[in-house]
Design a protein around this ligand. Structure first.
Ligand code: HOZ
Length: 432
């Protein structure tokens, strides 16, 4: 049995000063029980906790670390930039450099505004969509997660799914009234909303691949139908690519599925592990943002030199040939390994994967939306999670989050993860 005593002591101390001992709820391990691990170091595909345990990391800071931890190119560029100052509250050329890279990678983004988190990106994109269309209502999907701004906290995924919170208190009723919910992968429900609220819906916001209720892929035609419905109704289509952007392909999910959103939200990878977000899209829409237009949005640390540098260096690596093929091969091997291990252990598991994003749902039934995702056996998942730790793998501590494979994972690492999955699943059946 691994020893987690130091993490346990650090958690007791943390809880005296931080609500729940953490700065973001999923980290608290509430849905898997026990005490969260306190991490002291990461290198490549590995993280090390306060007790000196080593793990192969399948969380990767929830997505940004597609190159792995402490990537040399990123770290040495950061050191150089930091020596010249970390924030000026004035323009730097780095912002233009990263903006150019983003617009070249995603041609539907004609202009981009950098912010400091994915939450800020989606919140600002919605403000912009409302201003552009002069409408108030928005449509989001059940189990879709777009950060924690007031209007987006209805039926959210991620930590809300993990903790089973349907709607957060503290959101004024007026906000909630303007947020309409449809089940993911259900075009009919979106059609009905457009019929019911003619001329009132500003935008449909969606994760083109849902990754905060676990990974759930769009069914064929779903995204295309949303594109048609929104265009017909004069509403905007907003892709929240905070997770999928530069993850599924250099051009994001929009390039994989061939859909043109009006606005795109980014985060995670474009900051290479530093706090960042961005929203961008059609020039006519983006031109409404202050100081060019009247829609106000600002931030002292927006586009700060460190985040821009980590993003630029990360994208430089990702733009090299063969990178996404490598991610695909590694994660496909993992998908296959988990499916085989589950079959051999006799544990019903649905493995969902696209590119280097993966979720193993502990359920017998097909998962197509949040309702079906919620049928997963979260108790069994919790036991699986702890067994994975025992076997040296840091798996996401929630059934409703994605696991991430990075370029730093070697073929050997993938084999080790599959062995760990196999042992973990067998131990579940042995004690059932
Ligand atoms: N909302 C993040 C996962 N989708 C978790 C953030 C964190 O706890 O770091």
């Amino acid at each position: 049995m691994k020893n987690f005593e130091k993490s346990k002591r650090l958690f007791v101390e943390a809880q005296r000063y931080l609500p729940g001992g953490v700065d973001s709820p999923v980290r608290a391990y509430k849905s898997v029980g026990g005490t969260p691990l306190f991490i002291v170091r990461g290198k490549g595909a590995r993280i090390f906790d306060a007790d000196g345990n080593e793990f192969i990391d399948c969380v990767g800071s929830w997505g940004p670390l597609v190159l792995g931890h402490a990537h040399l190119q990123v770290v040495s560029a950061l050191k150089k930039v930091a020596e010249n100052g970390t924030s000026f509250g004035a323009p730097t050329e780095l912002e233009t450099t990263l903006a150019k890279m983003v617009t070249q990678a995603m041609p539907f983004i004609e202009m981009v505004r950098f912010v400091s988190s994915g939450t800020e990106a989606t919140m600002s994109a919605l403000r912009l969509a409302r201003a552009f269309t002069r409408r108030d209502k928005i449509v989001k999907f059940d189990g879709g997660y777009h950060g924690h701004s007031d209007g987006l906290l209805a039926r959210g995924g991620s930590g809300m799914a993990t903790l089973g919170i349907p709607d957060s208190p503290g959101v004024p009723a007026g906000y909630a009234q303007n947020t309409l919910i449809a089940p993911y992968n259900n075009v009919g429900a979106v059609e009905q909303l457009f019929q019911h609220y003619p001329g009132q819906i500003a935008a449909v916001i969606i994760e083109p691949v849902a990754a905060n209720m676990g990974v759930v892929l769009p069914q064929p035609g779903f995204l295309e139908s949303l594109r048609k419905l929104t265009s017909k109704a004069g509403a905007l289509l907003i892709f929240d690519e905070v997770i999928t952007g530069f993850r599924l392909a250099y051009g994001g999910a929009q390039s994989v599925f061939g859909i043109k959103p009006d606005l795109t939200c980014l985060g995670k990878i474009i900051g290479g592990g530093l706090p960042v977000g961005a929203y961008g899209g059609r020039r006519d829409i983006m031109s409404l943002i202050a100081p060019l237009g009247p829609v106000y949005q600002a931030g002292t640390l927006s586009g700060n030199p460190l985040a821009m540098t980590a993003g630029i260096e990360t994208l430089k690596v990702l733009s090299q040939p063969g990178v996404y093929e490598q991610l695909e091969t590694k994660c496909a091997a993992l998908e296959k390994g988990i499916a085989v291990a589950a079959r051999e252990a006799g544990v019903p598991v649905q493995v969902h994967r696209i590119g280097s994003l993966l979720t193993a749902f502990f359920t017998r039934g097909k998962v197509v939306d949040y309702e079906t995702a919620k049928k997963s056996d979260t108790t069994l998942f919790a036991r699986f999670f702890w067994q994975m730790l025992e076997n040296g793998v840091y798996w996401p501590p929630s059934q409703f989050e994605a696991a991430f494979v990075s370029l730093a994972h070697t073929e050997e690492d993938i084999k080790t993860i599959i062995d760990a999955v196999s042992r973990a699943l067998l131990s579940l059946t042995a004690t059932r």
